[in-house]
Design a protein around this ligand. Structure first.
Ligand SMILES: [Zn+2]
Length: 404
């Protein structure tokens, strides 16, 4: 069994003592920040502990004091490893606190009676909590609970509970002769209008429309363009632009959130639909060249669509990890132009693909998904010795045709 870590949200009541605990945790981090910065030579967690533990102890329990020390040192460490050495001490402005759970600690625990037992500055408390429906299964499957981070968001207390789940190991595929049909190989085409189209080895099709999200994103883009113009006009007149900027920011946040949620839903549907021990085949994403200045209109929409595809991929990989599925990538060239039956070039008119050579006619994205599937069978999997050449690949090779 492989182990994977996941985080689920926990909704908490507005408890004053818990809120106060977050404030103290933040204050301790803030006290540690300057000494950890150490004039631009950040201290390691061990060195920071040695230098400051005595000064900051007593405000939190011992274990949480250690957690605060580790988090502060980690913030400086990650800034350095991102090659952005800090220029001055960090400000720890957000109220949050880390509570260790289970084998790692006893700062908090979920009790069988359905309450959260948690350490606060006013002593241990039992608080009611709620796990959103969508995450309850994950909680039930948890092998261990590792930690709980509580933070304040828009005046509410929210927890992020980190769990360790057991996931099946990806199975080695059966011997080459048995996989001629290779029923588990799933070709996946990602698009904007049809967010995801997948075809498995038994020709089962999964179709997830992206139209609703696309329409809403277009609408947001229009509003945004209008606000950009307004902003420019106000700037030219030297008028206050704060309110316009605020609305623009909120709009952007809303759109990002919408796309994230959508990508998660799509990935989940794929995970549930895919046959057990499936091999998920995606096209390699082609990243656009770096852009300079502000991007608008068509270029912006294209980037958004690409970002959405990237997100679906990322969430699909998470699903695959939890379900013990494999993910492979293939070359995207011509997957939407070639006929998945005969391998020759066809024509695409909107969502209809027709092949003048063999007469095949089909939804264009299903055709593309089949090509992606075929490409994995004849290149990636064969190359790694995982799979034999598919019947289509053999037939195409025998006929001397290029294979899609
Ligand atoms: Zn054809």
């Amino acid at each position: 069994m492989a182990q994977v870590q996941r985080t689920i949200p926990l909704l908490l009541p507005a408890d004053e003592d818990l809120r106060q605990t977050l404030a103290v945790f933040q204050a301790v981090q803030q006290q540690l920040s300057a000494p950890c910065f150490n004039g631009g030579q950040p201290l390691s967690a061990v060195a920071l502990h040695r230098a400051c533990y005595r000064q900051v102890k007593g405000q939190l329990n011992a274990q949480m004091t250690c957690s605060a020390i580790r988090l502060v040192a980690a913030a400086y460490q990650s800034a350095q490893s991102n090659r952005r050495p800090p220029q001055r001490p960090f400000q720890f402005r957000r109220r949050r606190a880390l509570f260790l759970i289970g084998p790692r600690g006893r700062d908090a625990s979920l009790r069988p009676d359905g309450t959260l037992s948690i350490w606060t500055v006013a002593g241990r408390k039992q608080l009611p909590y709620r796990v959103p429906e969508a995450f309850q299964q994950r909680l039930a499957q948890a092998k261990t609970m590792d930690s709980l981070t509580v933070l304040e968001r828009a005046g509410q207390l929210v927890g992020r509970l980190t769990l360790t789940l057991e996931a099946p190991d990806p199975q080695p595929l059966p011997a080459a002769e048995e996989t001629a049909g290779s029923r588990q190989v799933v070709g996946i085409d990602l698009n904007e209008t049809n967010a995801l189209v997948a075809v498995d080895g038994q020709e089962r099709v999964l179709f997830v429309s992206g139209k609703a999200v696309k329409v809403r994103n277009r609408r947001t883009a229009k509003t945004r363009a209008r606000l950009q113009r307004k902003l420019a006009a106000r700037k030219a007149q030297h008028r206050d632009t704060r309110s316009v900027r605020r609305v623009l920011k909120r709009l952007g946040r809303k759109q990002r959130h919408r796309t994230q949620t959508f990508a998660q839903t799509v990935a989940k549907r794929l995970g549930e639909w895919a046959p057990p021990q499936a091999v998920l085949v995606f096209e390699r994403l082609q990243l656009p060249p770096p852009q300079h200045g502000q991007i608008r209109g068509r270029a912006l929409r294209r980037r958004l669509a690409l970002w959405q595809r990237g997100l679906i991929r990322r969430w699909a990989e998470q699903q695959a990890q939890e379900r013990g599925l494999r993910v492979v990538e293939v070359n995207p060239a011509y997957t939407s132009q070639l006929c998945s039956h005969c391998g020759q070039r066809g024509t695409r008119r909107r969502h209809r693909f027709t092949c003048p050579h063999c007469g095949a006619e089909e939804h264009a994205d299903i055709n593309a998904a089949r090509n992606i599937r075929a490409r994995a069978r004849c290149t990636v999997l064969r190359g790694s010795g995982l799979l034999s050449t598919s019947p289509e690949a053999r037939a195409a090779a025998a006929a001397g045709k290029p294979l899609a």
